[in-house]
Design a protein around this ligand. Structure first.
Ligand SMILES: C[S@@+](CC[C@H](N)C(=O)[O-])C[C@H]1O[C@@H](n2cnc3c(N)ncnc32)[C@H](O)[C@@H]1O
Length: 273
């Protein structure tokens, strides 16, 4: 039986990931917080610790996805969107030699990540059809598709796909079936009357969206025309992704990131390339 080149390289790059992981856990992360971050508040010590734990959990998913897809350690990593560095600080600690791009719609986030985590500062646009940031071996897209309406959802997938290097992979998070359970039994993502608008569409066609109320958007998200709660079913997502020949679907797991968000992994080369 012949062994494929990827299978032959697998033991050597899994050893590299193990060494990086050990050093990441041993050295820890930069815990400096962005003073302008209005999205993350820490009323208790638990909330602060949870903020950092969510980043560790992102690294578990990133390394698992790279290994399962048979990819060597990434040299160029895009954190899109970087926000105030919840995940960026972990990417920097896990991949100390990589070039990391920190891309967000808000200049304060981009500047904070560049100054603390040595990222390449990349200011985004709401209309991603007009954005070009080069190509990357790994794109982590955490908690963005969870907030976008359908048209922006697919232009984000398109932007990510065309920003992957020839062997690049994207790890993208979504809110799916488990979020309906969270809203009903754990905590409120949004007021019930608004959530039910998205829930109704979700049951009708597999995707639902509702904007946050105007006050919240004015105080926290004033650079976006539309931003709220997006619910995505696995079937609707796979149906859309399977129409895109320039990528291949590499994995999907429900209720994965932080025991909450679903994770889809896709990448290059395309399905027929
Ligand atoms: C919930 S936060 C997630 C940030 C980060 N990934 C994390 O996990 O903490 C969503 C981020 O998306 C950013 N955002 C919204 N629309 C964007 C766009 N078109 N391009 C880049 N960033 C965008 C917001 O500014 C915000 O920082």
């Amino acid at each position: 039986m012949s062994i494929s080149p990827v299978s032959r390289r697998f033991p050597s790059f899994s050893a590299k990931y193990m060494a990086l992981w050990e050093s990441y856990i041993k050295n820890g992360i930069d815990e400096t917080l962005d003073p302008t971050d209005k999205e993350n508040e820490f009323p208790t010590a638990w909330h602060r610790q949870h903020y950092f734990d969510v980043g560790y959990d992102a690294m578990r998913i990133v390394v698992q996805s790279l290994l399962c897809a048979g990819r060597d350690v990434p040299q160029r990593i895009l954190d899109f969107p970087c926000g105030s560095g919840r995940v960026t600080r972990h990417l920097r600690a896990m991949f100390p030699d990589a070039q990391i791009g920190g891309c967000d719609l808000y200049a304060s986030h981009v500047d904070f990540c560049a100054s603390r985590f040595a990222t390449v500062p990349l200011l985004s646009k709401e209309n991603l059809d007009q954005l070009d940031v080069g190509t990357w071996d790994l794109i982590f897209c955490g908690s963005l598709l969870t907030h976008l309406p359908e048209a922006l959802f697919w232009s984000t997938i398109d932007f990510i796909s065309r920003s992957l290097s020839p062997s690049g992979i994207a790890v993208v998070t979504l809110e799916g079936r488990h979020v309906l359970h969270i809203q009903d039994h754990k905590w409120k993502l949004i007021e019930d009357d608004l959530f039910d608008v998205a829930r109704h569409q979700y049951h009708e066609k597999g995707f639902g969206f509702v904007d946050y109320n105007t006050d919240l958007r004015a105080s926290l998200f004033n650079a976006q025309e539309s931003y709220g709660v997006a619910l995505t079913s696995p079937g609707w997502l796979m149906n859309g992704l399977s129409k895109l020949d320039d990528i291949r679907i590499l994995g999907f797991s429900e209720r994965d990131w932080d025991d909450h968000q679903d994770v889809v992994v896709f990448g290059k080369p395309g399905v027929n390339a």
